[in-house]
Write a protein that binds this ligand. Sequence first.
Ligand code: DGL
Length: 273
Amino acid sequence: MDPRPVGVFDSGVGGLTVLHECLVTMPHEDFVYLGDHARLPYGPRPLEEVRRFAREIGLFLEAQDVKLIVVACNTATSAALPQLQGELAVPVIGVIAPEARAAVQATRNRRIGLLATQGTVDSGRYAQLVRALDAGVSFHPVACPRLVPLIESDDPYAEETEEAVREYAAPLRAAEVDTVILGCTHYPLIRPIFQRVLGRGVTLVFSAEETAREVAETLARKGIENDRAREGRYRFLTTGDPVAFREMGRRFLQLPIGEVERVTVARLEEALA
Ligand code: DGL
């Protein structure tokens, strides 16, 4: 048994969709979530810069005595997962491998689409992982730079969001994919828009459920679960505005958000210094 919390991080509130599934799947575990709002969005930044941010946060969370780290951001996973795994003593789980596996298992016509940030598409990580599992898959990645700002806006369900999804989905419809990886932790919030635009016949693959399952299995197999009879706690850190985090975070977490503590970017930078 291991009472230490699990650390989870994202550039903002998108990773709360992953935390939501973790809290539902492992109600007995404690979690600490860090949203790097001061430096959001990660998607358009060079991968090298995102890698540095991810390493700072990974080292910071490790110093908070977490027992496992979940990189609940596809862009940070694409940019930094191998470096984090090499550098940190605790196990590190990203959101890309679980989704790639689920997509390869789900597709019937072996045509898979990817909607994700520019950084995630540029890294080529999904294509590598999908092809490692099935070299015969035809893979169609599309970068969606407008979606994260629209989803983080006051009205994520505006017509503009649906228009953007229509535009990004067009090449996937033309390619007749039957499975689409929603490769950004912000996207589950507008799931109905994706499903309506892509059609009921297309299987949507999200990271949240797949990743939560992988976290639960890893804790069990390594024998580092917490006591199953207890109720876990969770807390939040942000480099941005704690009040804004609480407001927006509710939509993504769909569970109460209590204390949110501010941590400065300078403190994260110190972790790597
Ligand atoms: N949530 C991040 C991801 O999963 C994207 C948000 C951002 O661009 O910072 O890729």
